[in-house]
Ligand binder design. Sequence first.
Ligand code: UD1
Length: 347
Amino acid sequence: MKKIISVIGARPQFIKHAPIEFAFKEKVNSITIHTGQHYDKRMSQVFFDELDMSPPHYQLSVGSSSHGEQTGKMMIEIEKIVNEEKPDALLVYGDTNSTLAGAIVASKLHIPIIHVEAGLRSFNKKMPEEVNRIMTDHISDLLFAPTDPAIENLQNEGITKNVYKTGDVMCDMVRIAQERMNDEPSSQFILTTIHRPYNTDDKERIFTILSQLNSLGIPVKFPIHPRTKNRLKEFGIDTSQFENVEFLEPQSYFDMMELLHHAKCLVTDSGGMQKEAYIAEKKCVTVRSETEWLGTLKNGWNTLIFDNLDELAEVIQQPVGEYTPNIYGTGQAAQEITDIILKHLEA
Ligand code: UD1
């Protein structure tokens, strides 16, 4: 059996790895390294418990620090494990610092790199994720791109070999979540998640975002990322003044999908949640100046808003047009990806 090390570390990667771990069962000797980039129980352990995932084989405790320190610490530890385990390939997901750390280590040790969620671009190099994606794609040996624009982005950068368009593993997970739901969707509140540094790290901006959310005339539920929570505390912003906004702890995966199911609309700056909202057929407003998920923008299913935050209420009210189903696959991505990986490694 081929041995594959998967490097995971941030919340969305636990969700992306769950269907892959399942598809790998009895086909791959699957080893996981958790870098410890996310470490709070509600940002990490809760997903392993709820999604019935095996505990990581290696648990690092890298924690939070500057980008260089965080990525460097991960690399030091991952290198030791890769040298010891000598895997046939190393798999990384998406665009976090954990992704880049795993990819650089494997590249230097000449271990084939598999990148799941390849080819996404926001074209904003000020976002650390954009740098992480570009660098990971350029040193990967097998690239799984979830959309046609992602394939084109890779082509434009000269990456054409071993690039596959498969469904998106997050779509696999939304389908699983939907199967568990036995109530009809509703539109009771606005669901929001805001955690990008450019929205949270400026006192005036985060205050304006919260003030706009508070004045929508419909209740808002806000599961709050620790980064955002810490910033509000540092800035001395009293959250009780936003009486229409209910601040919640970070949610488990199925609880979050349940909240989305009953939301009128999602207001977010997350990458993954834009896609989850689309797959769940919920309108999204993205508090960013660009998105890597271009397909979600079609017919108003997702709208970008950045400078003119006072337009939020109006944008939320705008009706959506025709919905294009299955742009992120049909829920079989992990299986498709596993089959292609095995074909390559066994060739
Ligand atoms: C990271 C990813 C981002 C992804 C997000 C998902 C990078 C560069 N960014 O951003 O792409 O959308 O994860 O959530 O990799 N913190 C805690 N407890 C935790 C984790 C974080 O308190 O368990 C706090 C710390 O104050 C930390 C801050 O959140 O400094 C930011 O964490 P970090 O992992 O650096 O980046 P995220 O903002 O979570």
